[in-house]
Every structure is written in structure tokens, then in C-alpha cells.
Design a protein around this ligand. Structure first.
Ligand code: ADP
Ligand code: MG
Length: 548
């Protein structure tokens, strides 16, 4: 019990740091169970890991706080954020999210019990145990934090509003397919962020979103009632407008619209189909046996672009591979911004066509493919393109941003459009991953590490993840690494299933088991990745080998 833990810690005062190891195991406090899972070997090693179980009768949450999977995720997230605030200045830490509400291992609700995972830098004076501080952290701050998480100690109205907000967002996103929409941005939403490095809403000067009447859609939500906003229909939507008029800001909000946002974020009612994937050029990435022939043919090197591999893709081939892989993983909604594309894969004007004839130009621009992609493969595209009118020829909707306000300019754009022959888009390749080529181990040990938001080390691979715009939480990077480990070690990649089939099986397990189905035996922090980012990271493993 708690008194025994105090006593044990006091006995260790001044002892060598390694004695902390003897605390490993369960400790029954009056109101909760503390488990010391893993003790760091010295004060400079990564923090020790502990978990806390607050039983349902102590947490005392009303049913409505956790009765559905969505509310459970939201309330757990809320509790973690409260714990995070409560632990400011402590050596205890908990992994709380940013502006998105993403299921994470640090806070879960199971049958009304609250399960938390935390880190603690066990205090030391040099390499000696600092018992006073350790006792204060584990026997005072921790129980205080648990106390503050009881429903009657919380701001119940705020906690409920948090879950209501997330539930509304999820309900809105769920309605998109039936409405024939790929995205929705509510009137009044605040899209711009405080700065390039802060995801908080812009203060003061932000112009609230206001939909053009012709594209305005009303949707009924469980808590807020009816809301109106811009509905972006399936098909090809072009976003145009002068530089600095807010095009990329809109697209960024749509990229993040696959996630739910915290109340006050400004993007709570900006949603995108959950299968949306941001496509960009990513020069230098590797590609393993993919079919990019729709975009690239007759390379001067003579390589077969229907079965294309490279260690070092160009801007255009990397973007083509990103599209092929997104489709292979099951995306039917592509998001593209001119700012991060390879121009030669997007457009080619008439004069260039006259100078460089068809058979000398290996690239088929996206503008010739975007229509067959929709018509024959059901893939919608939202594209920001302020620099070329070529897409007028193929767009179903054209939205112009003018001083951050969207206008429907499709009629005018149609007047300016010309006839354009489509190219042909064959279905994406479905590859079978060689299971031996995906391994989380390096020299016999699991190696899974994240560096900032930049790199995932997975076994022998260092994967550059900076090109994955919808990887928004550090925990998702680790989560994606763990997902790859599950794919490999639990034989979901069995040499028979296609990659998409293996992802289906994984997703089903995560639906049933929650995020912690990813991390058996792993005590660190991680959050739920999407299947598209899991696939994207897999596709960036330099060790990857596939069969077709
Ligand atoms: P574009 O892609 O059209 O060139 P951006 O989306 O990059 O434009 O936006 C340019 C600037 O305008 C950015 O600094 C952005 O934060 C700001 N901005 C975007 N939308 C709004 C808005 N609704 N209200 C105020 N500022 C905005
Ligand atoms: Mg831009």
C-alpha cells in the first residue's frame, strides 16, 4: 500500500540509483493501483515508466462520458489533458495531445476504469537516490493528480462539452459520404494558425470562414443542431486565388480534417473523409516496384515504369509513387497543393507541348489523369492551383479564395476552359510484401525510435517521415512503427496477403483492441496512426521488398 511505498523509498535514501529497480511492480493505494513498469538504470537514461488504474467507482464518471467509442476516446483525452496540466512542474509526465484528439496509450477508459501511463524521471543526487523527492512525486503528487481526475473534482460541464464537440465532429465526418461530399468547412470556422510552428488558432486578425451560397450545405449534428458551411462535393475541386489569399491554409485545414479537434481550435467543424491523403513531391525517397506508368513512360534510362524501383526518386516520380501508394492503401480522396508538387507532373502548357513532342516527354501531367481517376476509380481530388488555368478544363468545382473568403467561380472558369483529352489511368498495383524485408530488430533487439517529427528508426531503417503531412502527433510516428512491427511479427504480412489486405486485418484488430493492440510489451508513449501513414512509412523502408 501507499504507506509501504513511502517506507520503501525512505529506506533507499542515499543508496545507489540502481536500488530503484526494487520498486518494480504493483502498489495498492487507497484509491488506485500504481504499477511501476520499468525503472531507468541511471538518472540520465530515458524516464522510468509507470501506470495507474483508477477504478470505475473512484473515477465515478457518468455513463454518457464513455458509453460510445467516440465519447470514450474523447473523455480519455480530456482526462489526460487535465493530468498533464496538473503535473506541470513535476518529474511525472504524461503524453497529452496537441490540437487533435487522437487515441493514445497514455490514457484509456475501460469499463469505466481510467488507465493512465506516465513517465517519471526518478530523482537522484548524482547517482544516489533522492528519496525525499521520489516520495513527494509518487506518494503526494501522483495521488493528488488522481484525486483531481474524479468526475466530481473535474469541471464536468467542460468535460462533457469536450466529448460533445468530438462527437459532433465525428458525426459530421460520418455524414460526408451520404451527402456526396469529400469535405466540409463550417461557417465561422477559424482556419489560420498562430504561426508556422504553432498549431493554435490565429488570434485577433483571423477572418472567419464563410461559405459561398451555391456550395452551402446544412448538416444536423447531435449536439450543436444544424450547422451550415462549405460542402466540397466528390469529383475534382480546384481551389484558386491570388498568392497569400488563404489557399494553402484551407488545404492544411482539410488535411487535418481527418482528425477531430479540441474545443476552441477553430477547426472543430472542418472535416474531410477519413481516407483523404495529402500528395506531395518528395525528391530523394526510395520506391520499391510500383506502377507509375500512368504518369511516367519511356524514361531515358529505359526502365520499366509499370514496375518501377529507385533508391532516389525525382520530384515527379516521387509524387507519382505517392499517388500510386495512396491508392494502393485504399485512399479515394487526394489533397494536392501546388506549393509542394512537382510542376512538371502537374501541368504542361501548349507552347511546351509544341516544343517538346509527346514521345520525347516521359511525363503525363496529373491534369490529364485526374478525371479518369474519378470516373473509373472513384478517386476525388481537391487541388490548390493558383498558377495555371489548365485545370479549368477538368474541374467539377472551382472555389476562389479572395481575402480569405471563398467564392464559387465554376461558371466563369468553365467559360475559360478548353477541351482536353484524358489519358488512361490503370488500376494501381497490389503488391505482396516479402515478410523478411520488414523487421523491427537490429542485432537481435527491437529498435524503434523517433527523432522529433522527422525520423523513425525501425530496425535497420531510418525513415524520413517529414513528407507525411498528416502525421500530426509524435506518438503517431511511434504508433506507426509499432504497427509495422505487428504487421511483421504477428505475420499479417505472410507473403500471401496484399499490402491492402494486411492493412485491413490490422485495422480490424485496432478497431477491436484499441491503440494498445499495437504495443504489447512496449511501455513507451504512442498514439493511433492511420493506415495510410503506416503504409507510407512501410513504403519508405529502404529494406522493403515486394512481389507482384
Ligand atoms: P496562399 O496559399 O493562397 O498563398 P496562405 O494560405 O499561405 O495563402 O495564406 C497566406 C497568409 O494568410 C498566411 O500567413 C495565413 O496565416 C494567412 N491567412 C490565411 N487564412 C486566413 C484567414 N482566414 N484570416 C486571416 N489570415 C489568414
Ligand atoms: Mg499556398
Amino acid at each position: 500500500d501507499a504507506a509501504r511505498l513511502s517506507e520503501e523509498i525512505r529506506k533507499m535514501a542515499g543508496a545507489s540509483y540502481g536500488r530503484y529497480k526494487s520498486l518494480t511492480g504493483d502498489w495498492e493505494f487507497e484509491d488506485f493501483t500504481l504499477t511501476i513498469d520499468r525503472v531507468q538504470s541511471d538518472p540520465f537514461a530515458p524516464p522510468s515508466r509507470i501506470s495507474v488504474r483508477i477504478p470505475a467507482d473512484v473515477a465515478d464518471m457518468p455513463d454518457h462520458a464513455w458509453h460510445s467509442p467516440v465519447r470514450r476516446r474523447a473523455t480519455a483525452d480530456y482526462l489526460v489533458r487535465q493530468a498533464y496540466r496538473n503535473l506541470k512542474g513535476a518529474s511525472l509526465r504524461i503524453d497529452a495531445g496537441g490540437q487533435e484528439v487522437i487515441e493514445r496509450a497514455s490514457g484509456r477508459i475501460h469499463d469505466g476504469d481510467v488507465l493512465l501511463r506516465l513517465g517519471i524521471e526518478l530523482p537522484g543526487h548524482g547517482r544516489k537516490i533522492d528519496a525525499r523527492s521520489a516520495e513527494r512525486e509518487l506518494c503526494e503528487r501522483l495521488p493528488d493528480m488522481v484525486d483531481a481526475l474524479r468526475w466530481d473534482a473535474l469541471d464536468a460541464a467542460e468535460a462533457t462539452a469536450f466529448a460533445d464537440t468530438v462527437e459532433d465532429t465525428a458525426a459530421l465526418r460520418d455524414q460526408l459520404p451520404a451527402l456526396g461530399l469529400v469535405a466540409f468547412a463550417a461557417d465561422g470556422a477559424v482556419l489560420p494558425r498562430r504561426s508556422g510552428v504553432s498549431d493554435l488558432p490565429m488570434e485577433g486578425a483571423a477572418v472567419p470562414f464563410e461559405s459561398p451560397e451555391s456550395l452551402r450545405v446544412s448538416v444536423k449534428l447531435p449536439h450543436r443542431g444544424t450547422v451550415s458551411g462549405l460542402g466540397i462535393p466528390e469529383g475534382i475541386t480546384l481551389v484558386v486565388g491570388g498568392g497569400f489569399h488563404g489557399k494553402s491554409t484551407l488545404l492544411h485545414a482539410l488535411e487535418r480534417g481527418v482528425y477531430d479537434h479540441v474545443p476552441g481550435d477553430g477547426r472543430e467543424l472542418v472535416v474531410t473523409r477519413s481516407d483523404a491523403f495529402k500528395i506531395r513531391a518528395e525528391e530523394g525517397r526510395g520506391v520499391e516496384r510500383n506502377d507509375v506508368s500512368a504518369f511516367v513512360r519511356n524514361l531515358p534510362t529505359g526502365s520499366d515504369t509499370a514496375d518501377f524501383s529507385t533508391e532516389n526518386a525525382s520530384g515527379s516520380t516521387s509524387q507519382a509513387a505517392n499517388i500510386a501508394e495512396a491508392l494502393e492503401a485504399g485512399s479515394h480522396t487526394l489533397l494536392v497543393d501546388e506549393d509542394t508538387t512537382a510542376t512538371n507532373l502537374m501541368v504542361r502548357d501548349e507552347r511546351m507541348q509544341a516544343l517538346v513532342h509527346g514521345d520525347r516527354e516521359p511525363l503525363t501531367p496529373f491534369v490529364d489523369l485526374v478525371r479518369p481517376l474519378h470516373r473509373e476509380h472513384g478517386v476525388s481530388t481537391i487541388l490548390v492551383m493558383g498558377a495555371s488555368g489548365d485545370y479549368f478544363d477538368v474541374a467539377d468545382n472551382v472555389i476562389m479564395l479572395d481575402e480569405y473568403r471563398p467564392y464559387d467561380v465554376v461558371d466563369r472558369a468553365r467559360e475559360l476552359a478548353s477541351h482536353r483529352e484524358d489519358a488512361e489511368f490503370t488500376a494501381p498495383a497490389h503488391r505482396v510484401v516479402d515478410p523478411r524485408s520488414v523487421s523491427a530488430t537490429s542485432r537481435g533487439k527491437t529498435k524503434l525510435k523517433r527523432r522529433d517529427m522527422d525520423v523513425l528508426t525501425f530496425g535497420e531503417n531510418d525513415v524520413d517521415v517529414r513528407g507525411l503531412a498528416q502525421l500530426v502527433d509524435p506518438g503517431q510516428i511511434v504508433g506507426a512503427g509499432l504497427a509495422l512491427r505487428v504487421l511483421a511479427e504477428e505475420k499479417l504480412l505472410d507473403g500471401e496477403r496484399t499490402l491492402a489486405q494486411a492493412l485491413d486485418v490490422l485495422e480490424q484488430r485496432l478497431d477491436e483492441g484499441g491503440v494498445t493492440a499495437l504495443g504489447r510489451g512496449f511501455s513507451g508513449d504512442y498514439a493511433m496512426p492511420r493506415r495510410f501513414e503506416i503504409a507510407a512509412i512501410l513504403n519508405r523502408l529502404r529494406s522493403l521488398r515486394v512481389r507482384r
